[in-house]
Ligand binder design. Structure first.
Ligand code: HEC
Length: 466
C-alpha cells in the first residue's frame, strides 16, 4: 500500500544514501576520534543507546511493572538494563531469541539451545525448563503470570506453569511455530507458524479451537488489539513482507500493508494499543495508527541489516529497536524519522568482499559474528581467538566452555584448526557448542588460517567488530 507519504520518505532516504555520504561518515568517525566535543555528535546523542552486547539483538521486552528493559542476543546472553548499565544473565548455550518479563523481578528467556530459562533477578537464581527438541522462537506470559507459552520449531507449543511443574505441549501446526500470544482474559492462546496458519487454542481443554487465517507464506510475528474488553483483531507479519490485520470473530481481512521489503521480523503494540510498530528485513520501522490505520511513520532505521527486535517503553513515548549492530536504539517516537539511522558502522561480516583478502573474507563471513580477535574479546557467543595458536582447547579464563571442550586435550594449531573445519566441529569435537560448519575448499581453509595467524597475534583491531 505505497502512499505518497511513504514515497516521500523513500526518496529522502535515498538522498541520504547517495554518493558522498560515505565520505561524510568517514569524516564523522575521524572527528569522533579526535574530539568528543564536536557538535556533529549532537544528532547521534539525541537518542539513547544501550551498548554492551557482543552480537546482534534478537529481542527486547519492557517490564509492564517497572519499565525496565531486557534484551536477548545472539551472543548467548540476556541483558537486564538499569538505565544504560547492563547486568548479564548467562546460561544459554546458544543464541537467545526471546526474553519476557514475568512480574517485577522474574524473566524467562529461550532460543537456539531449545531450553527455557527462568531467572529471578532479585536472588540471582535460575532454573532450566527442558522439553522442546528444536529452537524456541517466541515466549508469552499469561495475564495472571501463571503460565508461560513457548513457540518452537519442533512444531509444538509448550505450556509451562510459571510456578514449576510439568509442561503440556499443544500439537497441530505442521511446521515450526514462530509466535504465541495470550488473549486478554487468559482463556485462549493464539499461535502463528511457518505453515502459514494462525490458530486459536482453548487453554481450558488444551485443544485447538479453530484456524483464524491461512496465509501462503510463513507467519513470523503476531499482536492482538482492539478497544473492547476482549481483543477484536490480530495483526500478523509474514515472510513475504505483508503486515495484515484480521478480524478475530469473522476472519475478515481488514487491512494489508505491503512494501517492497521483506520479511516482517518484529511487531510491537504500544501499551495503550494506539500504535502498532513493525520492523523488517530491510531495516525499516513502520508505525501504524490503530484507529485510523494510517501510516504514522515509515523510515529506514538501520542502514545495514534487519530490525529483529522492537518494544515500546512503558509510557509509550520511546520505541526500542535492535538489529545486526549489537546495540539497542531507543528512539523518541514523537519525531522518529528526523533521526539518523542506526547501524552506520559496518560489522566485519557485512564488509564489501573486494575490500578483504580471501582469508579475512572467510573469517568475516564464517567466524566474526561469534569470535573477536582482540585481547578483551568483547561479548561474543564464542571465546576470543586472540593468541589462539598454541592454546589448549577450552582454557581461556572466564569463558563458559562446554564440558566437551573443557576436557579436550587438543592444542590449537594450523593443523588442528584445519581439521576442525575439514571435519566440522560436530565431528571433530562432538558435543561442543560450536555450530556445525565445514569449510570445504582447502585453499579457503589455508587462507583463513594464514589470516588468523597474523590477526590473532598482532593485537590488531582489524578483526574487532566492536
Ligand atoms: C555461531 C557462533 C560461532 C561461529 C560462527 C564460529 N564459532 Fe568458533 N566457537 C563458538 C563457540 C560457542 C565456541 C566454544 C565451544 C565450546 O565451548 O564447546 C567456539 C570455539 C572455537 C575454538 C576453540 C577455542 C578455544 O578456546 O578452545 C576455535 C579455535 C574456533 N571456535 C574457531 C572458529 C573459527 C575459525 C570459525 C570460523 C570459521 C568459528 N569458530 C565460527 C562459536 C562459533
Amino acid at each position: 500500500m505505497p502512499n505518497f507519504k511513504t514515497a516521500a520518505r523513500e526518496s529522502r532516504v535515498q538522498a541520504r544514501a547517495a554518493p558522498g555520504r560515505d565520505d561524510k561518515r568517514v569524516g564523522f568517525l575521524v572527528a569522533l576520534l579526535v574530539s568528543a566535543t564536536l557538535t556533529t555528535l549532537a544528532q547521534a546523542a539525541d537518542f539513547q543507546t544501550l551498548k554492551g552486547h557482543g552480537g546482534p539483538v534478537m529481542d527486547i521486552d519492557v517490564s509492564a511493572v517497572t519499565g525496565q528493559v531486557a534484551t536477548a542476543s545472539f551472543d548467548n546472553s540476556v541483558g537486564l538494563w538499569s538505565g544504560r548499565t547492563p547486568r548479564w544473565l548467562e546460561g544459554h548455550a546458544a543464541a537467545v531469541k526471546v526474553v519476557a518479563f514475568l512480574g517485577g523481578d522474574r524473566l524467562v528467556s529461550a532460543g537456539d539451545d531449545n531450553d527455557l530459562i527462568l531467572w529471578n533477578s532479585t536472588d540471582g537464581t535460575s532454573s532450566r525448563l527442558k522439553g522442546h527438541t528444536a529452537k524456541v522462537m517466541e515466549l508469552a506470559v499469561s495475564p495472571d503470570q501463571s503460565l508461560i507459552a513457548s513457540a518452537s520449531w519442533d512444531t509444538r507449543i509448550g505450556l509451562w506453569p510459571a510456578g514449576g511443574g510439568e509442561p503440556v505441549f499443544l500439537e497441530g501446526h505442521t511446521a515450526g511455530v514462530n509466535a504465541v500470544a495470550f488473549s486478554r482474559d487468559g482463556r485462549w492462546l493464539y499461535s502463528a507458524s511457518v505453515d502459514g496458519s494462525i490458530k486459536l487454542w482453548d487453554l481450558e481443554t488444551r485443544s485447538e479451537k479453530r484456524v483464524i487465517d491461512r496465509n501462503g507464506f510463513g507467519i513470523n510475528v503476531i499482536g492482538l488489539g482492539g478497544s473492547g474488553q476482549a481483543e477484536s483483531w490480530i495483526a500478523y507479519g509474514t515472510q513475504d513482507g505483508t503486515t495484515r490485520i484480521v478480524d478475530i470473530e469473522t476472519g475478515e481481512r481488514l487491512h494489508d500493508f505491503a512494501f517492497e521489503r521483506r520479511p516482517i521480523l518484529a511487531l510491537s503494540l504500544s501499551p495503550d494499543g494506539s500504535k502498532l510498530a513493525t520492523g523488517d528485513g530491510h531495516g525499516y520501522i513502520t508505525v501504524l495508527n490503530t484507529e485510523t490505520w494510517g501510516i504514522e511513520t515509515d523510515f529506514r532505521a538501520a542502514l545495514k541489516g534487519p530490525i529483529w527486535a522492537l518494544a515500546f517503553s512503558k509510557d509509550g513515548s520511546v520505541l526500542h529497536a535492535g538489529g545486526i549492530e549489537n546495540i539497542v536504539y531507543s528512539w523518541p517516537l514523537a519525531d522518529l524519522a528526523s533521526y539518523d539511522p542506526m547501524a552506520t558502522e559496518t560489522p566485519q561480516f557485512l564488509k564489501k568482499p573486494e575490500e578483504m583478502s580471501n582469508g579475512e573474507r572467510q573469517f568475516a563471513r564464517k567466524c566474526s559474528i561469534c569470535h573477536a580477535l582482540t585481547a578483551d574479546g568483547g561479548r561474543k557467543a564464542g571465546p576470543t581467538l586472540f593468541k589462539v595458536f598454541g592454546r589448549q582447547a577450552g582454557t581461556l579464563p572466564g569463558y563458559p566452555y562446554s564440558e566437551t571442550l573443557q576436557g579436550s586435550d587438543i592444542i590449537w594449531s594450523a593443523e588442528t584448526i584445519n581439521q576442525l573445519f575439514l571435519d566440522g566441529p560436530d565431528h571433530y569435537i562432538p558435543g561442543s557448542k560450536m555450530p556445525m560448519q565445514r569449510i570445504v575448499g582447502p585453499q579457503d581453509r589455508d587462507d583463513l588460517i594464514d589470516y588468523l595467524r597474523t590477526a590473532t597475534t598482532a593485537g590488531t583491531s582489524e578483526g574487532d567488530t566492536q
